[in-house]
Design a protein around this ligand. Structure first.
Ligand code: FNR
Length: 189
């Protein structure tokens, strides 16, 4: 059985620590899982006036997210909330009205920050938006990597301790996607 997961990285910068943790998480996915990264760097700021028009980059991300069985968001925190680029793709994919891709979508979020709070406010604000959009959020485990630069080795690889922690997150996420899928199948009987 194959599963497609859309990956959104909330940081646009080349040396993003969140990207490094995301890459490790992706490397730990079991066979049968396909990861499809959603590029959010080229998306014009969402404007409701665009709803009646076709913007290629908007269509691309909406299709990518729609086709995915689940969405994994790995993001930093900017000024105590999610980065604008991440909020932008959430808004774009929530519209036009009644064509949101988020309804019933399985979503997990993890955050990383050099600070001691681990970007938790960003993660909680993603949950807040996803609740409003009727997505199915994975509740546990909550992964907000604090002092995250300490969890990266000099070559950018993830420290052994954090690897173990992230492996548990991957297991829980894959279970979450698979269990929710079988529930969907049951409800069709
Ligand atoms: C930050 N940073 C930050 N960190 C945090 O834990 N809480 C915050 O509110 C903020 N605010 C903030 C605002 C802006 C505009 C920037 C650029 C940065 C620091 C941030 O966690 C740090 O730059 C991380 O390295 C960003 O993650 P990436 O880009 O490395 O994945």
């Amino acid at each position: 059985e194959s599963i497609t997961i859309a990956l959104i990285i909330g940081s646009l910068r080349k040396d993003s620590i969140n990207r490094k943790f995301a890459e490790y998480v992706v490397s730990q996915m079991p066979s049968g899982v396909t990861i499809n990264e959603v590029n959010i760097a080229d998306l014009p700021l969402y404007n409701q006036d665009y709803d009646g028009t076709t913007i290629d980059s908007y269509e691309r991300v909406r299709q990518q997210l729609k086709a995915a069985d689940a969405v994994l968001i790995v993001t930093p925190e900017h000024n105590r909330t999610m980065p604008a680029a991440l909020k932008n793709v959430i808004d774009i994919a929530s519209r036009p009205y009644k064509q949101s891709v988020w309804a019933d979508k399985k979503v997990a979020v993890m955050t990383a920050s050099p600070s001691s709070y681990g970007g938790i406010n960003s993660g909680l604000d993603v949950r807040k938006s996803m609740q409003m959009l009727s997505a199915q959020m994975m509740i546990r485990p909550e992964v907000h990597l604090s002092r995250a630069t300490d969890s990266l080795n000099e070559d950018g690889s993830v420290s052994e301790r954090t690897q173990k922690y992230l492996q548990k997150f991957v297991e829980a996420f894959v279970d979450f996607v698979a269990i929710a899928d079988s529930r969907d199948a049951d409800s069709n009987n």
